[in-house]
Design a protein around this ligand. Sequence first.
Ligand SMILES: C[S@@+](CC[C@H](N)C(=O)[O-])C[C@H]1O[C@@H](n2cnc3c(N)ncnc32)[C@H](O)[C@@H]1O
Length: 292
Amino acid sequence: MQHGLSFFSPPPAPSPPRVAAPATEPLHAVPSTLLIPLAARARGDALFPHLACHDTEAQRQLAALNTRVDSYLADYPTVLNILWRTRRVRAAGEAFFARHPLAWGVNLGCGLSHYFQWLDQGRNTWLDADLPEVMALRRTLAPHSSPRLRQAMLDLRNPQWWQALHLPRRALAQPLFMLCEGVLMYLQPAQVRQVLREFATQAPAGSRLLIDTLSQCAVGQAGLHASVCRTGAQFHWGIRHMRELTDCHPRLRLLQTHSVAECYGWAGLAMEALWRPWFSAPLYGLAELGVE
Ligand SMILES: C[S@@+](CC[C@H](N)C(=O)[O-])C[C@H]1O[C@@H](n2cnc3c(N)ncnc32)[C@H](O)[C@@H]1O
């Protein structure tokens, strides 16, 4: 993750790396945060070999961008958190597509991530979707290579964002695997509830949505985050209790949760234990939601 325990690192002077391929405009503040997970996946393996993700697509794209990311790699907790979440998402995707080999995966706010390199099971389909400026950058870096790998432009702030995915009937004839990582914390709380409601309303029964969550105490504190402070983006959404994820629609179920504390050993678990009497949500975690 690009969030979480690194809140407590001292903020260095802002100097955002420029994110743009030669043919595109520099990205705005929130879209430019895509460079943080890209850098971690491309270059973080050497820092945390036990969490290595071997992301050859991220390595290729980072080389093509020709942007310095040393400052992001110096934020060790963030690199670790992103590698941790990548592993968890990948494992959840593999398990899902083993059960549903013809299903579609949808990555909402995909940035430059490329999960299909790991989750292509031969018959499933993957749809990457993000804001138009990101999809334009993505096209210059990663041209389509498979009819089962698709792209869409969407803005999750639009209450009708689901329509922008243009999912065909065959995609909706079975459960969907949906992912939204490193995105929702940049939206307003009412917009996040609308994203969750739209998923609950539109997704076929048995679908999954994986999201990452920040604690409420991080809201407004992006300036203290060692990586995000360089981008000008701000955190607007966080949670105190896990039930906030399902309160907004009766079809929603919380199926699994994970806290990043699990990869910080006893220190992480001790910190989490101190935290729990006040908040049932972790400082940073992953949640798997399902619809009945
Ligand atoms: C920190 S990056 C995460 C990218 C990717 N999910 C990953 O983990 O590599 C945040 C992403 O959220 C996307 N995003 C932010 N607001 C969005 C919105 N309203 N609609 C769609 N995507 C959005 C940004 O464009 C950016 O790509």
